[in-house]
Design a binder for this molecule. Structure first.
Ligand code: GCV
Length: 703
């Protein structure tokens, strides 16, 4: 034991001497370690000088605290924070259009033209002194600007001639937590819930503030605290007081709290005999409950609702529509400026729907224009359910008179949980850039979100109470990327990966290029080793981690692999063209034509839309069977390559995180190999094809 301690101590000293301190991932991308490049350090120190933040408010205190912490860490000296400019240079924060400081720097007009939460960062020379001005009409905008300025130093940018203006494209940028009151997290792979309901409201975990800092640093401004499979007790007064305490911690960081609500709450919590929206007592109950919430949380954002979906109660229980249900709740929220985010994630048993992908469109299109103005319809990225790859949801661009927000999944429910490295920025970019043709060519999904009367986006959080927040050090990149993209940033996936890497792992050139390279193709690799060529939903039904392509349940075919791939001796794939379910018919004609055409359909979505012979020859030159084999293999090979890449960083990143990632990569290889082997072997039992030379011998599917 004694020897062990000594070794640990020596190791720590060696690590520190080499500039690698022990790390546990807790600091996320806000590490603020001292800049190693001496010349840059000197230059930055001269340019930054001092920190000027005038005024007093919780948000200004947060800005002061963050700049002090960040700049002191990065510059390796205790940076002074003052209210008046004294030195040769300064970083000055202005958080209102009426500040005296703003007169000094002459930015009044420009600032007045900026929208809420927007900010600018300018290098200004005044009386031979250099100012870096971070200015916004709002305190929240100033906070985002302060984080942006810190990011410039963290990523080692030139800060001499700054002329930056930033404005979020979407108003509500929200993290949805599927957290339960008992501390469990549905589809959570990073420990238990961050919210310690049993300790609240008396005790406040310091991590709440760190969570708020992390979210604000990437521009997120809302959090749904609890699971969409909502317990009515979440709205009980005791729990609301706890939520109010969390709201207090998050508020200075520009983050509003939202809750999910169980539609049957008037009955189950309020003791009424019905939750029917036509019943005045039920309507009254919601009004009173909402008033109570606002008395505790004055800036409460509103409710997220999962209704008549996967067994949850809803207005259809009373033969009413989603609009009837949503509008009742919207009416209660309207006087307080709250919103309802009503989910479009609905599907029926296969007795009703031969293709569950069509259900949301069928139910929601007839309701277009019938929702109250403070209702969003929240639409998942694709028409099934957070599969590794899906085409964009046909409701994007189709709902013309309804506010639509997108729902993405950050937690890797179907992509290796917190075991696999899967960088999701490329998936979200693919979604946002998909052309809906809603108003002619070039109307992307992001365009439709921006054009919506209310605008917003939500991501299902991957954060839990694990020390490193996300279970896998690399999974933090998805939280980061989601925030950056939700803001509406035009950065490429590579640029986001680079930012995150520099902030999280340091700026050593080899580390940056290697981590970036690993991230770059990791999503495509996961698609390949799990469900390539448009295959989907062939995972096992409980944990959604392992493959289970071969099932066909009599009672619930929609939960069986076969329902989705329909493989038989002749062919494979789900025919969603006019000869099949005609799900393509739910897209704009130009999109439908592309998806429906065998030649034009992107190979990545081929088996999503088409049932073809195993011998059908794709544009790649391979038959479908050959292409499947080669893609499964490519996915596995990518993981092997990541192992080699990671190994090359031994000694260049801290030991703890190095080893943790290394162990996870070993598990990822087992996971990927298992998917490849189980799926190919199963398909081979169906098509009786010979194993292919394309696969290495040890992995060749056997007859
Ligand atoms: C919160 C999928 C998940 C469920 C999730 C549901 C939803 O079906 O497996 O865990 O429930 O989506 O989004 O409501």
């Amino acid at each position: 034991m004694r020897v062990q301690l000594n070794i640990t101590a020596v190791l720590s000293i060696l690590l520190l001497a080499g500039g690698l301190r022990a790390e546990d991932g807790h600091r996320l991308w806000l590490r603020y370690d001292q800049i190693q490049d001496r010349q840059l350090l000197k230059q930055y120190s001269l340019q930054v000088g001092e920190i000027v933040v005038a005024g007093d408010s919780p948000t200004l205190t947060a800005i002061r605290g963050e700049l002090h912490r960040g700049l002191s860490g990065l510059l390796g000296q205790d940076m002074s924070v003052v209210t008046n400019w004294k030195q040769k240079s300064a970083v000055m924060v202005i958080a209102s259009t009426n500040s005296l400081l703003m007169e000094t720097v002459g930015l009044r007009q420009e600032l007045a033209s900026l929208g809420d939460e927007a900010y600018l960062i300018r290098s200004v020379t005044k009386d031979n002194r250099l100012l870096t001005v971070v200015a916004s009409p709002t305190e929240a905008g100033a906070l985002y600007g302060a984080f942006h300025f810190l990011r410039l130093l963290q990523t080692q940018q030139n800060i001499s001639n700054l002329n930056i203006t930033e404005q979020p494209k979407l108003q509500r940028r929200i993290l949805d937590h599927w957290d339960n009151l008992d501390g469990t997290v549905e589809r959570g792979y990073a420990g238990k819930s961050l919210w310690k309901w049993s300790e609240l409201p008396g005790m406040l975990d310091p991590r709440y503030q760190d969570y708020a800092r992390a979210c604000a640093s990437i521009g997120l401004n809302g959090v749904v605290l609890n699971n969409v499979n909502a317990k009515p007790e979440q709205l009980a007064t005791d729990n609301l007081k706890k939520a109010a305490k969390l709201a207090e911690v998050l508020r200075p960081y520009g983050i509003r709290v939202y809750l999910t609500a169980n539609f049957a709450s008037p009955k189950k919590l309020g003791g009424l005999w019905t939750a029917n929206p036509t019943d005045p007592k039920a309507r009254r109950w919601w009004k009173d409950k909402v008033d109570e919430i606002y008395s505790l949380i004055p800036d409460f954002g509103g409710f997220l609702m999962k209704a008549n979906s996967e067994g949850q109660p809803g207005p259809q229980d009373y033969k009413l529509t989603h609009a009837d249900g949503a509008n009742m709740i919207a009416e209660a929220l309207a006087p307080h400026d709250g919103v309802v985010m009503w989910r479009a994630f609905v599907y029926n048993s296969s007795k009703v729907d031969k293709d569950r992908a069509k259900r949301a469109y069928l139910e929601f299109m007839p309701l277009d224009g019938k929702f109250a103005t403070n209702v969003f319809v929240q639409v998942k990225n694709g028409p099934i359910d957070f599969q590794p790859r899906e085409p964009f949801h046909p409701l994007f661009g189709a709902l013309k008179k309804t506010s639509v927000m997108a729902e993405c999944e950050i937690t890797q429910e179907n992509m290796g949980h917190s075991t696999d490295i899967v960088f999701l920025a490329p998936m979200w970019k693919e979604l946002f850039q998909s052309d809906t043709f809603a108003n002619g060519r070039g109307t992307t999904v992001m365009d439709t979100l921006e054009a919506s009367p209310l605008t917003g986006i939500a991501g299902v959080s991957n954060a839990g109470d694990d020390t490193n927040w996300c279970g896998h050090d690399f999974a933090q990149a998805n939280w980061y990327a989601f925030g950056r993209l939700a803001w509406g940033s035009n950065l490429s996936s590579d640029q986001i990966a680079e930012e995150w890497t520099r902030m999280t792992w340091g700026s050593d050139a080899k580390v940056v290029s290697t981590v970036e390279a690993m991230l770059r193709g990791s999503w495509e690799a996961c698609v390949n080793y799990e469900m390539p060529l448009g295959l989907h939903h062939i995972m096992e039904g409980g944990g959604h981690y392992d493959p289970k392509p071969g099932t066909l349940s009599r009672n619930t075919p929609e939960y069986s692999g076969w329902y989705y791939h329909k493989a038989d001796v002749k062919g494979i794939g789900f025919d969603r063209t006019a000869t099949g379910s005609d799900a393509v018919g739910q897209y704009a004609p130009e999109v439908a034509a592309r998806f429906a055409n065998l030649e034009a359909c992107p190979p990545e979505l081929f088996l999503w839309f088409h049932h073809v012979s195993w011998d059908y020859r794709l544009k790649t030159g391979h038959t479908v069977w050959e292409e499947l084999c080669s893609r499964y293999q490519a996915g596995v090979d990518y993981v092997k390559e990541m192992q080699v890449q990671w190994e090359s960083l031994r000694g260049k990143v801290d030991v703890d995180r190095f080893e943790s990632v290394q162990t996870k990569l070993e598990a990822q290889l087992r996971h990927a190999t298992n998917w490849r082997d189980v799926c190919l072997r199963y398909f081979q039992t169906v098509n009786h094809k010979q194993g292919l030379k394309l696969l290495a011998d040890e992995t060749q599917p056997k007859n």
